[in-house]
Design a protein around this ligand. Sequence first.
Ligand SMILES: [Zn+2]
Length: 467
Amino acid sequence: MRGMRKGTTAVAFFLCAVVPGFAQLPQFKPGFNLFSKDQDVQLGKESAGQIEKQVEVVNNKELTDYIANIGKKLAAQPQADKYPYTFKVVNDKSINAFALPGGPAFVHTGLIAAADNEAQIAGVLAHEITHVALRHGTNQVSKANLIQLPAMLASQKLGGGILGQLGQLGIGLGANSLLLKFSRTAETQADLMGAQIAAQAGYDPVEMARFFEKLEAGGGQRGPQFLSDHPNPGNRMKAIQDMIKQMPQRNYAGDSGQLARMKTLVAGIPAPKKTMAQAQAQEQAQGQQQGGTATTPAGLSLPNSRPSGRMQQFQGKEFRISYPENWQTAPSQDNSSVTIAPPSGAQQGQNGLSVGYGTIVAFYKPQNANVSLWQATDELVSQLRGGDPSMRAGRDMPVETRVGGKSAIVTSLYANSIFQGQTELDRLVTVAHPSGIMYIVFISPDSERQYVDQAFNQMLRSVQFSF
Ligand SMILES: [Zn+2]
């Protein structure tokens, strides 16, 4: 039976995609991301492992199968992008559900108890699947950590856990985590693509909107955790209904008719020993303790960081650059970006892996593909400033130049240096790339210009691109 239903769904989707009479449904693509898809999956596995230590995963096979079967139908839709999804039930009375990068999804027993019908549960799961497929969690982490992440993700080659590394940047799974709390744009996408996924799997997508409305209406003082992690992007109900109008009419036959039975099962589960909220509070307290001890004095040294006169070459995926022999390279897995820094010029500390002396070559994809190099540079600068509140405009106006035979813009920025009491000068060079911009950041304390200017100029002149 299930096979047949799946078959008809696939045909319906196929028709809607090719028959010109139907309005073209909006399609969504993942945004800028420094993680690879495999790294999303690895991060999700590590995170799920940690969460399952903190909460009580329900062991009732009937209930778990029920949620997993709904999840499977949704995950089979093309928009879900074939991530290794898993679906588990958490014993927690609060109304919540969440998904981690790469696929692990969790539904609280409180949400099952609160749902009026199966389509509401399916709608929430389809919404969560969209966050996974569009990689919203790692997109947010990428945008907030443009400087630190390329080197950090590169060090993954050495086998450390990604979650542990993100912890160094102050990113965990606690309340307000960048991995679990989404922007309004991400919410709009999750609502609209979630509605498509739910409908294709045989569930009336209007029920997702009804469920959100119900949560808002009955929210109480702070509202359920679900709404604080998935804020209403505005006119949620109307946007979903407008989306439904564009979709082909269907018979929604997905309901298994078992929800009442599941509610009885949920009601019979004893209260958990520990809830997610308690676990998060505990994690946060631990994080503060760790933060306190993580400020071990590293071997930061200005004289040791200064570039030697001799240069060697780094070959990246689409660029080549010379760099001082006494600096080290930390390329990304596919060599598309690299951090080049002296060991005494970078620090793993309270605020994550910070480069105070060195050079970063990386790629940035603007939100809108059709922007000029100037506009894309502006967007990158505001992203960088979002990741470092101390960052501000430098004393030089941005200027156009040529690098590696291509037009480039040089923007100078100031920030607080990891070298105490020093002002950091970041010279940002941006070059147009067919699918975004390549950027090079030359980083040093402002007071070190006499030692670095020659080396930085030499590095910039050595740059060659192959795109
Ligand atoms: Zn959401």
